[in-house]
Design a protein around this ligand. Structure first.
Ligand code: FAS
Ligand code: PHB
Length: 389
């Protein structure tokens, strides 16, 4: 088989890139290890920056997002029984859109299918060959049969555990990592959200987050030990812990119900440099990971896709390679800003066993400063709604 762009990974990065390329008549084949249903069963991000909304519009996939997504003009930050609001609209003129990653991925699959896009599911043994040559290839198996794709370019959109990043020789790549000593236990419940905006809570018992998917589907998280597993937490234990971490008025208003999904995500900060090797380009979680505190994972994958799409569109339209040559540096410049914000917000909102009382006082002092200082709120709001591409 031949194609212009072989895309490894059928998550949001790979699908968005494939659909954007299609709008410029650039062919691609997406290789996905799992089934479509499995990909859509993952519960992940919930908050979209305007940049991702605009990319979905450019890809012709934003209709349901605009109909069902919720514009949030701000977010609430709680500490102890205190709570204050960061007003995105007042500070930046921009809201964020609450619309689950699952729905973004569903819309992208629908668009690819409507366009007759090539997606191979349940592929195995994906191997990238000759990424540093003019004629790279990708081999893989599917249902025991071997396949080979000759491509002009390869996009590694296969997430943190994929093969793409490891296809860059170790001597050519530098990896930066911070592993946090805690995870997030997430619960999805068919209950009305406790508030019409998100609540990020710093409590002496640990972090908590109140989010949502729609008016009768809520998403809640509590910081938990890395040694925990979802089975360790009954629904009753989860709700009791969440209430204990929220201001009392909010806790009283919380409507609980059966968890229809319960999972634990470990938290890490991770960046691989460079994000390109020859004709292989890394996008999204294949290149970088952030703690989900700042809602930057999916949104930074989107800016990578934007830069790569622009580079490939420029090449196929004019033969120019400026975008291709500059991809890694351009993407990393924004990646590191997202890493910093995610690390800063995680450090501000989580409690760890090795924190001293002084460390806790520093958190409270910073929260008080953020509450009172417009410039501090502006900095937070600009990062949260999304820095420019
Ligand atoms: P993805 O991991 O989504 O997709 C990669 C795809 O490649 C997968 O479908 C995988 O099956 C496939 N693949 C892997 N190896 C392959 C191979 N060898 N061959 C073919 N296909 C292969 N971000 C937020 O902003 N907020 C959150 O709350 C949040 N929660 C998260 C919870 C968890 C458990 C995880 C893991 C991530 C979370 N994230 C969150 C980050 C997440 O949303 C990612 O940023 C987003 O999925 C990135 O999309 P992709 O880069 O497409 O990677
Ligand atoms: C979510 O709704 O899953 C969500 C929202 C904001 C975050 C992380 C997760 O920072």
């Amino acid at each position: 088989m031949r194609t212009q762009v072989a895309i490894i990974g059928g998550g949001p990065s790979g699908l968005l890139l494939a659909q954007l390329l299609h709008t410029r008549g650039i062919e691609s084949i997406v290789l996905e290890r799992r089934t479509k249903d499995h990909v859509l069963s993952r519960i992940r991000a919930g908050v979209l920056e305007q940049g991702l909304v605009r990319l979905m519009e450019e890809a012709g996939c934003a209709e349901r997002l605009h109909a069902e997504g919720f514009a949030h003009d701000g977010t609430l930050i709680a500490y102890g029984d205190e709570m204050f609001r960061i007003d995105f609209r007042d500070l930046t003129g921009t809201p964020v859109i609450v619309y689950g990653q699952t729905e973004v991925t569903r819309d992208l699959y629908a668009a690819r299918e409507a366009a007759g896009g090539q997606i191979a599911f349940e592929v195995d043994d994906v191997v990238i060959h000759g990424a540093d040559t003019e004629a790279p290839t990708v081999t893989y198996t599917q249902k025991g049969k071997a396949y080979r794709i000759e491509a002009a370019f390869i996009a590694g959109c296969d997430g943190f555990h994929g093969v793409s990043r490891r296809s860059i020789p170790e001597a050519q790549r530098q990896e930066y990592e911070k592993v946090y000593p805690y995870g997030w236990l997430g619960v999805l419940s068919e209950t009305p959200p406790v508030n019409d905006e998100l609540i990020y809570a710093n409590s002496h018992r640990g972090f908590a987050l109140c989010s949502m998917r729609n008016e009768n589907l809520s998403r809640y998280y509590v910081q938990c030990a890395l040694s925990d597993s979802p089975e360790d937490w009954t629904d009753a234990a989860f709700w009791a812990e969440l209430k204990a971490r929220l201001p009392s008025e909010t806790a009283q208003a919380l409507v609980t119900g059966p968890a229809i999904e319960k999972s634990i995500a470990p938290l890490r900060s991770f960046v691989c440099e460079p994000m390109r090797w020859g004709r292989l380009f890394l996008c999204g979680d294949a290149a970088h990971i952030v703690p989900p505190t700042g809602a930057k994972g999916l949104n930074t994958a989107a800016s990578d896709v934007h830069y790569l799409f622009e580079a490939l569109a420029q090449f196929y339209a004019t033969g120019e390679t400026e975008g291709i040559e500059g991809y890694s540096a351009r993407a990393l410049a924004r990646v590191w800003k997202a890493e910093r914000f995610s690390w800063w917000f995680s450090s501000l909102m989580h409690r760890t066993a090795d924190q001293s009382e002084f460390d806790h006082k520093m958190q409270i002092a910073e929260l008080n400063f953020l509450r009172a200082n417009r410039a501090a709120q502006m900095a937070m709001a600009q990062n949260y709604v999304g820095l420019p591409y």
